[in-house]
Design a protein around this ligand. Structure first.
Ligand code: NAD
Ligand code: TYD
Length: 337
């Protein structure tokens, strides 16, 4: 399994995964199919753009003929699907693109995987498909899906489709459901990079509601290592939860960022809550730990520190993003609340 088709590789986790895989597997070739939406950024991959082991193709995962031609041309062994609309707030403002990419797009990829007999199809999913977990409950892979946002519902639908392809056609599907990621190249509309960049600029840090919602944070490098393991050793037709067991309240994460940057706490601004906001995400990740021997290697404190360092030393990367379309989006969102 040396030729991989990575979709959504110009986004946050996809670009980290491509870097990780090219570094760890010296004989692998990666084709990156990405539509370059607002979240896709080729600067994330600038350092490898001339590598003979890396090929970029601009295109849509819903374009079945394109995907088919790529799998044939590059003799693809495995598809790893990161491509998605991924931001809950955007799915609340309008969910059509979420349905199109996350469901219709995944369906097109599954069709190609079925028709051209690829060896593996890894669907990168999320713990959000289980919905909110009342403390101290943690969801296992067998728990019912109870997605709250249009984003989570579209990911849950894609999971169900993928499992149905395995059940009905024997398509070699594996699904991972990971908790909230943070790390380099994360688009600064998600909690951690937004708060770091706002704190650096001395701008207000908008906390939704009471800030007591809990997320379980994992450094994206640990997520990539887990995906590598599942891709090679995971059992077909199975789901693997991934979590580093680093649950934190949002307000505590934000205050820690301010402390690490030596900025005043009065930058914290409580704003109107997100509609349908899930209180807590928590999954049990014993299966991947016990069966595949995975464990996280980066503690939250350590990972947050290196991530803050990364945003400090890559200011032009996020400043460019935070102009134009992004500003317009935020103006609209806050106007509507
Ligand atoms: P992201 O928004 O940073 O990147 C998504 C990428 O997909 C972008 O490069 C975008 O251009 C591309 N894309 C969007 N629509 C496309 C289409 N129709 N065809 C081709 N490319 C398209 O997302 P991310 O945070 O890197 O998340 C990647 C995947 O991991 C998603 O499937 C998401 O559901 C899942 N996930 C994310 C997290 C997290 O905390 N960020 C946690 C668990 C799972
Ligand atoms: P986010 O990064 O959007 O991830 P998700 O909603 O997929 O978990 O948000 C993480 C948490 O932070 C979530 O509880 C919403 C909250 N949040 C804020 O309080 N303020 C913000 O500006 C953002 C973007 C998120």
């Amino acid at each position: 399994m040396e030729k991989l088709l990575v979709t959504g590789g110009a986004g946050f986790i996809g670009s980290n995964f491509i870097h990780y895989m090219l570094e760890v597997h010296r004989s692998y070739t990666i084709v990156n199919l990405d539509k370059l939406t607002y979240a896709g950024n080729l600067e994330n991959l600038e350092d490898i753009q001339d590598s003979p082991r890396y090929h970029f193709v601009k295109g849509d995962i819903a374009d079945l003929l394109l995907v088919e031609s790529l799998v044939n041309e590059y003799k693809i062994d495995a598809i790893i699907n990161f491509a998605a609309e991924s931001h809950v707030d955007r799915s609340i403002m309008g969910s059509a693109e979420f349905i199109r990419t996350n469901i219709v797009g995944t369906h097109a990829l599954l069709e190609v995987a079925k028709n051209l007999s690829v060896e593996r199809f890894l669907q990168v999913s999320t713990d959000e498909v289980y919905g909110s977990a009342p403390f101290p409950k943690k969801f296992s892979e067998e728990s019912l899906l109870h997605p709250s946002s249009p984003y989570a519902a579209s990911k849950a639908a894609a999971d169900m489709l993928a499992l149905s392809y395995h059940h009905t056609f024997g398509t070699p599907v594996i699904i991972t459901r990971c908790s909230n990621n943070y790390g380099p190249y994360q688009f600064p509309e998600k909690l951690i990079p937004l708060m770091i960049s706002n704190a650096i600029k001395g701008r207000p840090l908008p906390i939704y509601g009471d800030g007591l919602q809990i997320r379980d944070w994992i450094h994206t490098r640990d997520h990539c290592a887990a995906l590598d393991l599942v891709l090679h050793k995971g059992e077909l037709g199975k789901v693997y939860n991934i979590s580093a067991e680093e649950e934190r309240k949002n307000i505590d994460v934000v205050k820690l960022i301010l402390r690490k940057l030596d900025k005043p706490e009065d930058l914290v601004t409580f704003v109107k809550d997100r509609p349908g906001h899930d209180r807590r995400y928590a999954v049990d990740s014993q299966r991947i730990r016990r069966e595949l021997g995975w464990k996280p290697t980066i503690s939250f404190e350590e990972g947050l520190e290196s991530t803050i360092e990364w945003y400090l030393s890559h200011q032009s990367w996020w400043e460019k993003i935070q102009s134009g379309e992004y500003r317009e989006y935020y103006r609209k969102m806050y106007e509507e609340r």
